[in-house]
Design a protein around this ligand. Structure first.
Ligand code: DAH
Length: 358
């Protein structure tokens, strides 16, 4: 028994890690361990022999178990010490600066527009950027031969040879979302649809992709008066000009509205920059009107029962106006210096009460 004790206490003291220690435990006091086997031999002994050998074996087993436990704790401590030695870090070092991104003015203005119209009871609807020419044109009362269709500088999707289905287009305006929303929600409804649109056009104020926000309200007894009030409220809130911004409604023509009006805001030009709300110039910001009965019909809504007003506004354009950005093309250049200068903090969520932009 002394030999066993010396052997295992020696081995335990020399164990290099927890796995080695576990092997030793199995070897000594495991089910088939050397000491367990010895204990089993107790049955073959005489009662006298057993009286001395039994307690001695139990004591040896206890001694080995506590040696194992003590060594295990020692190994864990040593491992922790080693980790602490190698994984140290100097908390007194200065922090490393992280570049913070900004919200693009288009994202910011979309949020601002959404916040204002949400307050007026409008919800946000979306539609696909690739749409059929039926949604983009025909359903909006722009038939195949209509000049508006040619004027839109439409991008047509490629069709495989022999595929004679009518073409898909990159939507040229957000107006097709009017039809999709009518189909989905029916009347009454109040929605805005912000999103990207496409036209083959490129200069200081035109890019092949730009953004619009469409508005559509359908109800009983809606008139141009409701349209005018909603737009006035919007412009007043959006441009954040004390005393409001004067609007001018000009009679116009769109195939999807009757009557139609274009809306200008009062502004001044000084040294190539615009100021909104003052001066003797006018700047067009949107098209609008009462929804044409054929358009309601295309969306599955009975025009003898319901009326609607609609408008379509360029998001990029009102962003340029509000934040004094002279060139539309810069919106899409991804120039970090420009983005840092004109970008907005992602944490300043625009609300009517908290302020739209800070
Ligand atoms: N869809 C027109 C465009 O892209 C804008 C527009 C005009 C939208 C009048 C409307 C509207 O909803 O009523 O130029």
């Amino acid at each position: 028994m002394d030999d066993l004790r010396d052997k295992y206490l020696g081995l335990i003291a020399g164990a290099a890690d927890e796995a080695g220690l576990e092997d030793l435990r199995v070897q000594a006091v495991g089910k088939k361990g050397e000491i367990s086997l010895k204990m089993r031999e107790l049955g073959k002994m005489t009662p006298e022999e057993r009286q001395t050998a039994g307690p001695a074996l139990n004591a040896l087993k206890d001694e080995i178990n506590s040696a194992l436990a003590a060594k295990k704790a020692g190994l864990a401590d040593a491992a922790l010490d080693e980790r602490l030695r190698t994984e140290w870090l100097d908390v007194t070092l200065p922090g490393r600066g992280r570049g913070q991104g900004t919200l693009h003015p288009i994202a910011q203005v979309t949020e601002e527009v959404t916040a204002i119209f949400a307050e007026l009871g409008f919800s946000v609807a979306e539609g696909p950027r690739i749409d059929t020419d039926w949604y983009n044109f025909d359903a909006l009362n722009i038939p195949g031969h209509h000049p508006a269709r040619a004027e839109m500088d439409t991008f047509y999707m490629h069709r495989a040879e022999g595929d004679n289905r009518p073409p898909h287009v990159l939507r040229t305006h957000t107006s097709p979302v009017q039809i999709r929303s009518m189909e989905k929600m029916g009347a009454p409804m109040r929605i805005i649809c912000p999103g990207g649109v496409y036209r083959a056009d490129y200069d200081q104020t035109h890019t092949p992709m730009f953004h619009q926000v469409e508005g559509l309200a359908i109800d009983k007894d809606l008139s141009m008066a409701n349209l005018k009030w909603v737009l006035e409220e919007f412009v007043k809130a959006f441009f954040e000009v004390d005393g409001g911004v004067e609007l001018r409604f000009r009679a116009s023509h769109f195939p999807f509205t009757e009557p139609s009006a274009e809306v200008d805001i009062r502004c001044s030009w000084e040294d190539g920059t615009v100021k909104v709300g003052e001066g003797d110039d006018w700047l067009e910001i949107l098209g609008s009107g009462m929804v044409h009965p054929k358009v309601l019909q295309a969306g599955g809504i009975d025009p003898t029962e319901w009326q609607g007003f609609a408008f379509g506004m360029g998001i990029d354009r009102i962003a340029m106006l509000k934040y004094g950005i002279p060139d539309l093309r810069a919106f899409f250049d991804s120039d970090l210096r420009w983005l840092r200068h004109y970008g907005f903090s992602a944490l300043d969520v625009p609300t009517l009460h908290g302020g739209l932009s800070r």
